[in-house]
Design a protein around this ligand. Structure first.
Ligand code: DGL
Length: 279
């Protein structure tokens, strides 16, 4: 594979959720260059079938490899739950998913574990299986929250309606007496202010993003692939509208990114002339 150290890490999500993983990477691995891909033309992933999701992730990995990434981190639980095993068997590039690191993180925090996730992730049972494998005496309750991603993508975090929906989704988990809550979708961490205003203080929140970044660091060390040089600016690409993503991402990043549009089918890239960057 040649000298991989200075190659970027590729991360992807359906939309804005992966920014929670990006921020964890910035904190823990600030020297790494990163390519962020958001499949905004096909969002939300949570309603998609396993066949569709596997095909989307296949296309994203093909594009990522063409960009010369040294490693891919799935910044999307739905893709990790459905597509990780198939994709690992098809591509040479190391690929990390969120489920196993997230499940290990959860059992290190508590025994009565609630998981909020997309419908597709809940249907896969991936978190439940991984948590019970890591700790057979744990109890797990899953809750699909299909309203959350559209509300986050529409920037409706602070709407009273959003708080009511979050309350409704958390209530059944709270009735089970959970001591731990897993953000089983990367978007949901953007709602942490609302979620924590509803949760009793004895419930610990677990963000799998923190744990997948630990796993990424270990993998880079193992391979001798940590970047010794200063990083390049993060490269952002989307399958939908670049300007819309640039505008929405700005609030979460603190700067307006330059965003390219990628057609995954033809692997062509058009830069957005309207976006500016200072990051
Ligand atoms: N943020 C993704 C996840 O972690 C996908 C959410 C969606 O598009 O439904 O599952």
């Amino acid at each position: 594979m040649g000298n991989q150290q200075q190659h970027p890490i590729g991360i992807f999500d359906s939309g804005l959720g992966g920014i929670t993983v990006l921020r964890a990477l910035y904190r823990q691995l600030p020297q790494e260059s990163i390519i962020y891909f958001a499949d905004t033309a096909r969002l939300p992933y949570g309603d998609r079938s396993p066949e569709e999701l596997i095909q989307y992730v296949r296309e994203i990995l093909t594009w990522m490899e063409a960009q010369g990434v040294k490693m891919v981190v799935m910044a999307c639980n739905t893709s990790s739950a459905i597509a990780l095993d198939v994709i690992r068997s098809e591509f040479k590039t190391p690929v990390l998913g969120l489920i196993l690191p997230g499940a290990r993180g959860a059992v290190s925090q508590g025994k009565r574990i609630g998981v909020i996730a997309t419908q597709a992730t809940v249907n896969s049972g991936a978190y439940q299986n991984a948590i019970l494998e890591a700790s057979p005496e744990a109890a797990v309750w899953q809750m699909p929250c299909p309203e959350f991603v559209p509300l986050i993508e529409a920037n409706r975090i602070n709407d009273p309606h959003t708080k009511r929906i979050v309350q409704k989704r958390l209530q059944p988990l709270l009735e089970q007496g959970i001591d731990t809550l897993v953000y089983g979708c990367t978007h949901y961490r953007h709602l942490s202010g609302v979620i924590q205003s509803i949760l009793p203080s004895h419930v610990t929140c677990v963000d799998p993003a923190e744990y997948v970044v630990n796993a990424t660091e270990q993998e880079l060390e193992l391979m001798g692939w940590k970047n010794p040089q200063p990083p390049l600016p993060t490269r952002f690409a989307v399958s939908g509208c670049p300007d819309q993503f640039a505008q929405s991402a700005k609030g979460w990043l603190g700067y307006q990114p330059l965003v390219e549009q990628v057609d995954l089918k033809t692997l062509t890239v058009n830069s957005s002339p309207l976006s500016i960057t200072n990051g």
